[in-house]
Write a protein that binds this ligand. Structure first.
Ligand code: ZN
Length: 219
């Protein structure tokens, strides 16, 4: 069984029963955080870019849990701190004990000199999960959906810094995803959105609206 555990903003954890893949662990200072960085579990930590609302508590959690951080080398270097880290880059695929992690492009600023924003295609628990990270809509999402059959697309819908529900609905179409989970909205007034707008706009995929603190099984 594979579960999606949503912790608020862009932070979630995929759990296949043996591996806990924590993504963009911004919890301290996150008004929507459903868990403390001191309590969250992880065996892997994936980081999409170095903005504070994504890299967040990654270093502290990696030190406490011994989790392996995955990200762009400039980001997972953490100023020379000693944590387990795998630096990789766009287009690369990391084989892991749970499956694979592929780093794919995102259209967004990076938050660090030499860094670049990315998304991830994650093969885990017999499913393929695409997390777009922070991004605008871009046409090459079609290529991401052509390489892997996307079971779940996890997409930002807050607008202002990323896609809004209209562009996210187009992304679902390009990706040919079977299911979609929105995030990165309502954390602050500037990214306030109604996720039901996405449900209304998406006809080809199932939309799962998950609130911070909730978990769903990815079937
Ligand atoms: Zn960002």
């Amino acid at each position: 069984m594979l579960t999606y555990n949503y912790y608020g903003h862009a932070c979630f954890m995929l759990d296949d029963g043996a591996n806990k893949i924590l993504v963009d662990p911004f919890l301290t200072g996150n008004p929507a955080a459903a868990i403390s960085e001191k309590d969250v579990q992880a065996t892997y930590i994936l980081i999409t870019h170095a903005h504070g609302d994504h890299v967040g508590d990654a270093l502290n959690i990696a030190v406490r849990t011994g989790a392996t951080c995955v990200g762009i080398p400039e980001i997972v270097d953490f100023g020379g701190q000693r944590v387990k880290a795998v630096g990789m880059n766009l287009g690369g695929t990391l084989k892991t004990e749970f499956g694979f992690v592929r780093m794919v492009p995102a259209l967004h600023s990076s938050g660090i000199a030499g860094g670049i924003a990315c998304g991830y295609v994650i093969g885990v628990g017999g499913k393929v999960v695409y997390f777009a990270g922070d991004t605008a809509l871009f046409g090459d999402m079609k290529l991401i959906g052509e390489r892997d059959k996307i079971d779940y697309a996890i997409l930002p819908i807050g607008g202002h810094y990323t896609m809004d529900p209209i562009d996210a609905a187009k992304a679902v179409e390009l990706l040919n995803a079977a299911n979609v989970i929105p995030l990165h909205y309502d954390t602050w007034p500037v990214i306030k959105q109604n996720p039901e707008d996405l449900r209304r706009l998406v006809n080809t995929a199932k939309v799962h609206v998950v609130k911070p603190g909730q978990s769903i099984e990815l079937k």
